[in-house]
Every structure is written in C-alpha cells, then in structure tokens.
Design a protein around this ligand. Sequence first.
Ligand code: IMP
Ligand code: MG
Length: 333
Amino acid sequence: MTSTVVVGGFFGDEGKGKIISYLSIKDNPKIIVRGGAGPNAGHTIKDGDKVYKVRMLPSGFLNPNAKVMIGPGVVVNPDVLQKEIEDFNTSGRSFIDKNCGIIEKTHLERDSKGELKEKIGSTGSGTGPANADRAMRVLKLAKDFGSLSSLITDVPQEINSALEAKENVLIEGTQGTFLSLWHGTYPFVTSKDVTASGICADVGIGPTKVDEVIVVFKSYVTRVGTGPLDKELSLEEAEKKGWSEFGTVTGRQRRAAYFDFDLARRAIMLNGATQISITKLDVLFNDCAGKTSFDELSNDAKSFIENIERELNTPVTIIGTGPSINDVIDRRI
Ligand code: IMP
Ligand code: MG
C-alpha cells in the first residue's frame, strides 16, 4: 500500500501528466485523485498515436481499472468535466466531491478581462474568480447542482478507505510550486497553494498518511504568463534549443530558462520531496530519446542526473525520455 503525491517543482508544465499516466498504469492505483486549482491546468498525454489534452479529470484516467476523482478543494467547470468524461470514456468511474466549487459563466467573464488577464496573465478559465467567491462564501458547490448528482462521492472517505484496505492511491497535483499562492512569485501566481501539503488538503488526506512525494522538474524551466523568470532565454535561443513550447490551455508560447538549482532546492524543501522525476531529458540530450534504462544513457545525460541528485540530495527515480507514456526510465525497481 502506498500513497504517492506528485507535484510540479517549477511553474507548472513540468510534464506531470505524462509521469502520472505512467504511474497510473505501472503502480495500478485503485484511485487517482486530483487536487490543485481548477481547469486552468492542462496536461498533454501521448499514448501510442493518441494525444489527450486534459484539464479537469486526473491525468491517470488511462488505467481503465482505476477510479478517477476530484477533491473538494478543486473548482470544477461542469462543461469541461462532462466533455472529458465522454471523450476519454471514463463514465461510471469518474467522481467529484460534493464540496467541489463550481465555475459558472460569471467566473469565466471576470477572468477574461481586467487585472487578472492583463497583469497576471491568467488562463481565463474562471478558476481565480471562483476561488475568490469561495473565500467570500458565495460560490455554489457541486451538491447544489442536481445535474451533477450521479458524479458525486465522498472523496476523502474513498481515498482513506482505499489506503486502509492496502490499495495504492495516486494523488495528482497541478500547476507548480512557484505558482503557489503562498510560496510562489506573488502576485504572479495561481489562486491556491499547490505544494504537496496544499494538494493533500484539497483531496482530504492527512500528512501522516502520505508515503511518497515525487517532485517533477523538467530538464529546463518554462513559464507561461507574466512574472519573474531568472536567466530567461530569448525566444530565438529557446527555439534553437528546442525549448520553445505552447500552453495546453491557452496556446500561449512558454518562456524558457536553464534548469534552476536554487528554485529546485527550495521546491524540494517546500514539498518534502522523497523522490525526483526529471522530464524531457531527450530534449537536452537527443541521444536519450526513448531510452528505458539508465545504463543506456550517454555520459553527459548521466552526469546531468547525478548532479541533480547530488545538489538536491534526493534520488531521481523516474526520468522521461520522450512524449509517450512508456518513454520512461524507472529506477525505483
Ligand atoms: P490563473 O491560475 O488562471 O489565474 O493564472 C495565474 C498564473 O498562473 C498565470 O501566469 C498562468 O499562466 C499560470 N498558470 C495557471 N495554471 C497553470 C498551469 O497549469 N500551468 C502553467 N501555468 C499555469
Ligand atoms: Mg500544463
């Protein structure tokens, strides 16, 4: 029995979705449960020639035997959720908590103009205004909508019962450590705490019940929207390196920088990491593409990983070597 929390170590878009989909198949958790802010998150998952873009459901939905859940701390856009349940064929095994806040038209409108859009570069998904209404105690919850009743379950109870029954549970974070409302680059942050502790509170698991915390770092840093980014590359430099990416939710071009050890060290501390996952190693070292064992890596790539382990004093256990969910080196075994 293991409860594993997976969170982002930089500014989101570290490739958590792919790591979580891999773990959802490999570790066969009974429940994959999402914490985090809301549908401002976007994960791209590639399985063979199929590409999924997911914003609401946990990115572990690829395992047909797992239940996928959304914790009460997450605000839900019912239209986005229902579409994903249909598109990804997860009907009957997708659940939300009765206390999930609900995004309505007013939240989308308030998020698409003014300060949030212009100054912060918000995603326009309604997440921030909905969380603001929740703090004001005026947001409607899932239990207020009859149309959602078939999706509702007691998420904290389900997770804790599964752990009691010695099943694996995978707890999925969204965004990244430095987009946290408490620990990030305020005010250029999202509307929630998204470190491991916040994610656990979102889904209703207490700190003593957590076994592993995996912090995911990309091999370089990207940031979408405004806010500080140390040693930022010009767009031309980023393009030349193959680090130029586009956001899953907004389609905006992401800004890029070199792997940042100071940020990473702080992320390890803030999240209480027990393991590190490094993604997109193949983008830094082309000859690593698709490799599935550490021994097959080039010396430069091995040194890159070993240096991270030394600097951050934490083992790098899962390494992404390509976009597909099986392009992974798993050193836990
Ligand atoms: P909001 O969460 O939509 O209000 O956006 C606030 C800031 O967080 C903006 O800079 C967004 O680009 C950023 N952000 C929010 N969610 C994500 C995410 O999942 N990945 C990357 N950036 C995000
Ligand atoms: Mg993303």
